[in-house]
Write a protein that binds this ligand. Structure first.
Ligand SMILES: *Cc1c(COP(=O)(O)O)cnc(C)c1O
Length: 373
């Protein structure tokens, strides 16, 4: 049996969890949270990086920071995870779904401007599969219309766009360290703040609306309630796990890249035979091998392939059901046919197993099923 995903663990996680225990401080913002956030600031950039309990929470924190209010509109792809939309819907915003590009499956930057109204507050590009959106174009549109850009880089940790790390280009970037992502703390995430103006308030909102972060740094002698807020700190036990993963940052990526390249070169002949379409990586994007997808020619062909693989004990999976045709999306007034590329891609896509410990012989076995299909 080949699972779809396996959490990679190095053993050092336990050592760091034990150390966190020995420190006697398991609540947030201790030694390991500091190690992880400093590491990200130095490696990826950004004015400040705040560790959060999930990428969902990082997105929520961003929505709070830009003061999303009922009636505001936020432009995003429909081909994404629910949290991209929910973080803003929670604040009363209306998600405005934009179709995707057939090549990268990312938001189609040429369709964004038509969706901008007086109520538009932000654009949320999602870097699908860790492959960068056209950030130059998106940042230009945002600048011209005075909009915020929040990168949903949940899948894009340690991936780049023209030499910059994903998550460091918009006003904010959001990372996920969920078990299904490249680097995992079980459940976790981070908010990358690229605009200095938001750093102080982000710390306050994350600390229940208090200035406790300043207090801990010794900048003030007591802390109090100063703003709205919530609790967006992960425990030190989770941060200790992430620190072990960060010590192997490049190794994890190299191993995933080897698997990704094995799939790509092994499946390449069948693309020529017009059976499948492989991922397209633009020159501007340095991807991180987060996932390997294949597009089949039709929905029945996709479903046939999925059940064939399942029969053989291989857990390949489809991906997003478009948000605009979900029950909630329909309740917002969207309907089938509104975003044709999103709908078509969603029906034809399969994701193949990819994790650091999958063996190349297992990858080759999966490739052989495509040969015979
Ligand atoms: C995984 C994912 C999220 C949510 O991440 P959590 O850490 O589980 O909250 C959000 N957006 C995208 C695009 C994702 O892939």
């Amino acid at each position: 049996m080949i699972p779809f995903n396996k959490q990679n663990l190095f053993g050092s996680e336990l050592k760091y969890i034990q150390d966190a225990y020995d420190q006697g401080k398991l609540s947030g913002d201790g030694k390991y949270t500091k190690l992880c956030s400093t590491f990200m600031e130095e490696k990826f950039g950004g004015e400040r990086v705040l560790l959060t309990p999930s990428c969902t929470h990082a997105l929520e924190l961003a929505a709070l920071l830009i003061d999303i209010k009922p009636g505001d509109e936020v432009i995003m792809p429909s081909y994404t995870f629910v949290s991209t939309a929910n973080a803003f819907v929670l604040r009363g915003a209306r998600p405005i779904f934009c179709d995707i590009r057939p090549d990268t499956l990312n938001i189609d930057e040429e369709k964004i401007e038509d969706l901008i109204t007086e109520r538009t507050k932000a654009i949320v590009p999602v870097h699908y599969a860790g492959v960068a959106c056209d950030m130059d174009r998106i940042m230009k549109i945002a600048h011209n219309h005075d909009l915020y850009v929040i990168e949903d880089a949940a899948q894009g940790v340690n991936a780049g766009y023209k030499g910059k790390y994903l998550g460091t280009i918009g006003h904010f970037g959001c990372y996920s360290f969920h078990e299904t992502k490249n680097y995992s703390m079980g459940e976790g995430g981070a908010l990358i703040i690229n605009d200095k103006r938001f750093v102080e308030r982000a710390e306050i909102i994350r600390e229940k609306g208090t200035d406790r972060s300043k207090f801990y740094r010794g900048e003030i002698d007591k802390y109090s309630w100063v703003d709205i807020g919530s609790s967006y700190l992960p425990s030190e036990i989770s941060a200790a796990v992430l620190w072990a993963q960060f010590e192997h940052l490049d190794e994890i990526q190299e191993r995933r890249m080897r698997i990704w390249n094995a799939y790509y070169s092994g499946l390449y002949p069948y693309e020529g035979a017009n059976k499948i379409r492989l991922p397209i990586i633009p020159n501007s994007a340095e991807h991180n091998a987060h996932l390997f997808y294949v597009l089949l020619n039709s929905e029945p062909a996709r479903d046939k392939m999925l059940s064939l693989l399942k029969e053989k004990g291989i857990f390949a999976v489809f991906h997003y059901l478009p948000l605009h045709t979900s029950p909630f999306g329909l309740s917002l007034g969207y309907k089938e046919g509104d975003l044709p590329i999103t709908e078509e891609i969603s029906r034809k896509l399969i994701r193949l197993p990819i994790y650091t410990s999958i063996h190349i012989s297992e990858v080759n076995k999966i490739i052989d099923y495509f040969a015979n299909y």
